[in-house]
Design a protein around this ligand. Sequence first.
Ligand SMILES: Nc1ncnc2c1ncn2[C@@H]1O[C@H](COP(=O)(O)OP(=O)(O)OP(=O)(O)O)[C@@H](O)[C@H]1O
Ligand SMILES: [Mg+2]
Length: 261
Amino acid sequence: MVKAESQQGSDQKSQALISLRSVSKSYQGPQGLHPVLQGLSLDVMKGERLSLIGPSGSGKSTCLRVINALETISGGEITVCGHTYGQSSLPVHKIRQFTGMVFQRFELFPHLSVLENVALAPRLTKSWAKDRAEAKAHELLERVGLKDHVLKYPSQLSGGQQQRVSIARALAIEPEVLLCDEPTSALDPELVHEVTDILQDLADGGMTMLIVTHEMAFARRVSTACLFLEGGRIVEQATPDEFFDNPKHPRLQQFLRILHA
Ligand SMILES: Nc1ncnc2c1ncn2[C@@H]1O[C@H](COP(=O)(O)OP(=O)(O)OP(=O)(O)O)[C@@H](O)[C@H]1O
Ligand SMILES: [Mg+2]
C-alpha cells in the first residue's frame, strides 16, 4: 500500500512540468531567520493553470522566484521539466529554457528597443542567431498587438503596452510554463484587460501557467485550480468555483470577505 502510494507520488512528479516537494525558504531578518516558504508542495501538470492567491507577504512571489531559480531554497526539492534542484545548486540556464516569467513591474531593459528586448532572451538562453530571434520577436509583438511599436523604447510606451512587451519576451524562448507575478497590478484599471485578454488567449491555447494575481475575476476565469497561500503554506486548493463560492479555510473566508466588503 505504502509502496503503491509512493509509486503514485513519483509518477505524479514525473508527469508534472513543475513539482515542489517540501520546499522551505528563509530570509535573514532583524530577529534572526524569517521563514517565508514552509514545506511547500505543489505540482503543475501540463496544460494546467494554477492561480496563487494570498495576503501580502504570504510568499507568492518567493514561490515563483525559487521555481525560476532566482533564489536558492533552504530545504526540499524543485523539479522543472525534469531538472531537479535543491539547496545547493541553481541550474539557472537549464531552468530558464523552460520558464518564461512576467513581472509586476515589467523589468524591461530601458536602453533596448522593444524588438531588442524581446529578441535578447532566446539569443542568450537558446543561442539563437540574431535573424531567427528577431523574426520570432516580430511574430510575438504582432500577436500582442504591438507591431507598430517595435522600434520604440520602453519609456515611450504605456504600462499596458510595456507589459505586453514583457509577455512577448517571456514567450520568445518558447517556454513550457509561464510564470506571472501580479502581471496587472502596476497598471491603470483601464489597461488591465489589455494584459488579461492576452493571458486568457494563451491559456485558451493550452499554455501551462502559474499566476500570482489579485484580479479575482481573472483568476476565476483563467485558472484550472486556485491555491491559497498563508504564511508560506498552501492552506486551500480547489477548483475556481469551489474556491470562490465555498471556501473552507477560515483565513480564505476572511480574505474573500474583505475583498467583497
Ligand atoms: N530578498 C528578501 N530579503 C528579505 N526578506 C524578503 C526578501 N524577499 C521577500 N522577503 C520577505 O519574505 C516574505 C514573503 O515575501 P513575498 O514577496 O514572497 O510575498 P508576496 O506574497 O509576494 O507579497 P505581495 O502580495 O506583497 O507581493 C515577506 O515577509 C518579505 O518581506
Ligand atoms: Mg509578491
